[in-house]
Write a protein that binds this ligand. Structure first.
Ligand code: AMP
Ligand code: ZN
Length: 114
């Protein structure tokens, strides 16, 4: 059973209350395009259940499924080089408090990140 936070925008996407075209979907993970893409490919991968951040997810099996979804999505799209970002907390730039992995690809990325 997925658990949702009724005020959370990504929970609404996970529940289907906000329509989206999933890039990938299983019983407990969904991926969709970022509304404000920062690269030619910019996909968000989330557990359907509400966990506010990486610091607060205590289900390691589910966390593994989210990471595995990143692997499967990039493989399916034929993307071999990509940037994966997980912002945790406001200082790091997290704006949506539902754990999400960013997949960005299709351009050069600098390192160290700013
Ligand atoms: P972060 O800053 O790491 O919390 O990332 C939040 C991301 O969610 C940003 O890149 C936003 O563009 C994206 N975003 C916010 N609302 C939506 C939405 N309704 N659908 C898709 N992406 C969204
Ligand atoms: Zn949520």
């Amino acid at each position: 059973m997925n658990k949702f936070d009724e005020n959370c925008i990504f929970c609404k996407i996970a529940k289907g209350e906000i329509p989206t075209t999933p890039v990938y979907e299983t019983e407990d993970v969904i991926a969709f395009n970022d509304l404000n893409p920062q690269a030619p490919v910019h996909i968000l991968v989330i557990p359907k259940s509400h966990y506010p951040s990486l610091s607060e997810i205590d289900d390691v099996e589910l966390l593994g499924k989210v990471a595995n979804a990143v692997r499967e999505i990039t493989k399916k799209l034929g993307i071999t080089s990509y940037r994966t970002v997980i912002n945790t907390g406001e200082q790091a730039g997290q704006t949506v408090m539902h754990l999400h992995f960013h997949i960005m690809a299709g351009r050069e990325f600098t390192w160290p990140a700013g």
